[in-house]
Design a protein around this ligand. Structure first.
Ligand code: F6R
Ligand code: ZN
Length: 199
């Protein structure tokens, strides 16, 4: 955050030919071991983790005061890969202040945003370079990279007082998952969602 938090500032998204913020305050690295219970194929998860704790995604955050009126923003990079047939993805979350929205601008790659509401409405929207995705208030969201080779890079913006609620997704998962079927990604019901819920 700039020294004078209320002064305008600008930054670049490409640096040295790499898609990365020229200015950021936080770099979060999420590895496979941080995603325990999130991929539906637990055997495949355990097998990969036994070999290597791969980096699944990274987030570069620009810090702002976490108050209403401010906007938090940054870059999310989901690396390519699968656990079993399920594509690499973010953990996903509701916003703690449920009635807050978010905008994602896709800069590179291809994938999907998997979304659902507390009432069980589901939506899965494509993410592709130069497309914008609007996540309305009350929708949990998770980005999924379906490219076999390329990073999925998105720039996100959301109200700074939103906060994050990871708990219910960690407990139940999303109702929909995105899997690789030969060369085509397909969306299907999460095979372990029901059983987790019933526990
Ligand atoms: C913020 C937001 C994104 C995600 C990022 C990583 O509200 O939606 O910045 O935080 O894509 O995903 P999570 O937070 O689910 O690990
Ligand atoms: Zn969010």
């Amino acid at each position: 955050m700039p020294e004078n938090a209320n002064h305008p500032f600008s930054f670049d998204i490409v640096q040295d030919g790499r898609t990365i913020l020229s200015q950021y305050d936080n770099h979060i690295v999420r590895k496979l071991s941080d995603m325990q219970g999130q991929f539906f194929d637990q055997l495949a998860y355990d097998a990969i983790l036994a070999e290597e704790d791969k980096v699944i995604y990274e987030v570069y955050e620009v810090k702002r005061p976490e108050v209403s009126g401010e906007l938090l923003h940054g870059l999310s990079i989901v690396h390519p890969g699968t656990v079993g047939s399920e594509h690499f993805m973010t953990k996903g979350h509701f916003h703690e202040v449920l009635e807050t929205a978010e905008i994602y601008y896709c800069l590179h790659g291809e994938g999907y945003m998997v979304m659902e509401t507390p009432d069980g409405d589901c939506a899965v929207e494509p993410l592709k370079a130069q497309s914008v995705l609007y996540v309305p208030p009350c929708w949990a969201h998770r980005s999924v990279n379906t490219s076999p080779t390329d990073d999925l890079v998105t720039f996100f913006i959301y109200p700074a007082h939103a906060g994050h609620d990871y708990g219910s997704i960690e407990e139940h998962g999303f109702r929909k998952v995105v899997v690789a079927d030969k060369d085509t990604p397909i969306v299907m019901d999460n095979p372990v969602w029901q059983s987790k819920d019933a526990r």
